[in-house]
Design a protein around this ligand. Sequence first.
Ligand SMILES: [Zn+2]
Ligand SMILES: [Zn+2]
Length: 718
Amino acid sequence: MTAPLPIPTNDTARAEEPVQMQVQVAVPLFAISGELSYSVPTELATQAIPGMRVIIPVGKRKFVGVITANNHISSVDGTRLRPIEQILDELPLLSPEQIELCRFVASYYVAPFGEVIKLCLPPGTQALLKTAKIGKKAKLKAASHSHSQHAAQSGLVAEASPATLSPHQNTAISTILTNPPGAYLLEGVTGSGKTQVYLEVARALLAKGLSSLFIVPEIALTEQLLARLQAFLGEPVVLLHSNLTPAARREALFTLATGNARIVLGARSALFAPVKNLGLIVVDEEHEPSFKQEESPRYHARDVAIYRAKLESAIAILGSATPSLESLYNVDCGKLTHLMLPERVSGARTLPKIEVVDLRARKAHRQSQREDRAKSEGSRISILSRPLKEALAACLAAKQQALLFLNKRGYAGIVVCDTCGHMGMCKECSVSLTYYKSKNAMLCHQCGHTERATEKCPECSNDTVALGLGTERIEDEVRALFPDARTGRLDRDAVRDQSELQELLTQTQAGLIDVLIGTQMLAKGHHFPNVTLVGVVLADTALSMPDFRAAERAFHTLVQVAGRAGRGDEPARVIFQTFNPEHPAIGFARTHDTEGFVAYEKAIRAALKKPPFVRSALVRVESTDPRLAKQLAGLVADDLRVHIAHTNVGAQCQVLGPAPAPYEKLRGFTRYHLFISTLGSKLRSQLIAHIQNMDELKKSVRQKRCRLIVDVDPVHML
Ligand SMILES: [Zn+2]
Ligand SMILES: [Zn+2]
């Protein structure tokens, strides 16, 4: 089968001259920011349509690129162009909508077009390829009926038990299905059955022949949703995430491109999948910062999802128990329709009661501290307060399960000499090394650098002490206090891959673990019906981040962690330990008052002119030469301020910095940044373009003496 040749979009041929086809090709190379033009040999003309992969010469080398546009030109003009050498596919691998989506992402996030296109391509095609191999290996066969591994399994689990829907769920589903395709924010308290809403909508759309795309913030969450999707929809589900082998990823993309699967589940990059007849995009846990890609192209999956849905006249549903301020702002602007699920549908039906333990008050209890000291080895004071310990004891006695949350890995955050003050720091990064007792090692959480832990100070040979807290230490303390309790740890050190995670979750669900201790990974979406106690060991860790979203993140995390409690029939307790009980993020989380927190935080952001009330960009200059990084960042800031003054836009924008980034040195690079905020996105683009065109900076980037990073709508401020 050969696809029909589309009508040329931009026919510049003059009437009497013979015409020839010209194509624009995006090359997945960082160095090439736009598209390149090539002529098409006559024998390839009928196949040279947008979305096809081609082999093209670039300089003296050959690359695989994607045709993004075609048109006719006079053959006289065409002689100036080099011809494409080969067409690799029989059907376009990318749809016109995908190309359009990539074009938007490239322009909005200031990323090279080819780099964005790479997100749509099967792996292994961006490098220089040997022509002979391609034809056989990566050819997209029109008649291909290959299914992914997961797709093949799923046909067995087809009958779903009819779910009883709450009135709120019914209202949400009928609103979404009876209106023209729109974008929705589905806000539902933890345990309110948001997933069931997604499933019902997807099923109704499947009946009309429309596909659905589900995006989750972490690969860790795919397994759970995969099982539900397969059981409820009775359709093959294609999984797409970065842990797939290149071969599995290629197969998944080809299955979709040929229309052989209609349900896709994956992490953020799955948004660029070649889904046919797209009817629905779901972004679950839309408030999660992991939806923002940290390397180029620095896109935000939530925003790209809305754009793609609009482009393909599909429905977009953003779901969360704790919506981001950005999405709530979009509700206020009319870009999203707000749907609410205010009640739990399963388990104890009421949200758990949250108690706050003021850690400052413990100072008054010297006696109890001495007791703590005697119990935990060494001279440390236990971080588990008396109320939390008593609650743990009661929970264990009742043969129920407890979760302890602390957003720090390792045993202790700092190893310091208490004589001279020398601190174990990473030589490549400006961060202290985290101590791991089990490995007797110190590790940099930024670059992975590891060294043996030393008991003696390398400077003065006196003893060192480990300060601060980590999940490893909490597990140690729990074991010391409750020797019979079976503990498990859920963090990136203890759980290194999907199978280890699955094993730990299965053990927890089977009741083989009494106390599960974990980081952020614990907070997300897991369903543990027998958990009746959740302890937040130190609610303050998130509050101290140097980021204007610190309070919002802390609030989200606390509500999400608390939401893990009481999902079964037993009443549950939640305890927050903190040194800042008066902090609004803690106060509003304690009463599950999302509305109250949002009103408070919105007022602050509006007053400080921070997102979502302004458009923002983070511009960072990085260099292995610390002086150059500082000098260039200063130059950028000065030049930008002069430009702003000249163009008279000072009232519509703000430039903060330059300042050293919170991680001033990372992997050997010294980093300086500027924070730009503007009232509109047009001015932001204009200011970014001005920076990119600065001669001095361009020269240094070209000579590889520095790197320029532009992060549009930044989420990670470190
Ligand atoms: Zn020392
Ligand atoms: Zn490091």
